[in-house]
Design a binder for this molecule. Structure first.
Ligand SMILES: Cc1cc2nc3c(=O)[nH]c(=O)nc-3n(C[C@H](O)[C@H](O)[C@H](O)COP(=O)(O)O)c2cc1C
Length: 132
């Protein structure tokens, strides 16, 4: 099984969650602003996360998703650290589904900077997903 983890993070909260997810999946977490963030090989699960900034996702992640090659991605799993609402989860799902990418109904959402306990919970959640 091939996994990829991509995220957009301004202040590190989503990055921290992405790194725990990546650790559980045995891969590196890659920021969507990095040069090597494109997905060029067949991927079983793309874990992708972002947060809300003034009620919306950052344009960079919206643009990144719009350029994904759906043929290379079997399914996506979304995560977020937005503070007040989980609307980020809905927005990520909608953007991926618009591309024709299947999105798992489960997701991971913690408010702002995840605690050590929450990061452990995320790792366990990802391990159970990839082993199911
Ligand atoms: C300028 C700004 C606007 C924000 N707007 C929202 C918002 O509309 N809704 C919300 O739930 N959280 C909002 N937040 C909180 C962030 O989504 C939250 O802190 C998130 O963890 C930031 O992730 P990051 O550290 O990965 O960038 C905002 C944060 C900033 C800095």
């Amino acid at each position: 099984m091939k996994f990829q983890v991509r995220y957009y993070s301004r202040s590190g909260n989503t990055k921290s969650l992405a790194e725990s997810i990546a650790k559980a999946a045995g891969v590196n977490a890659v920021s969507i602003v990095d040069e090597n963030s494109s997905i060029n090989e067949k991927t079983d699960i793309l874990f992708i996360g972002g947060a809300l900034y003034a009620y919306g996702l950052d344009e960079k992640i919206v643009d990144y998703i719009s350029k994904l090659d759906a043929a290379k991605i079997d399914k996506a799993f979304v995560f977020s650290t937005s503070w007040i609402s989980k609307h980020s989860i809905t927005l990520l799902k909608k953007a991926l589904e618009k591309k024709g990418i299947f999105v798992c109904k489960e997701f991971i959402h913690f408010k702002n900077k995840p605690t050590e306990q929450e990061l452990k919970k995320a790792e366990e959640c990802v391990k159970s997903i990839i082993n199911s």
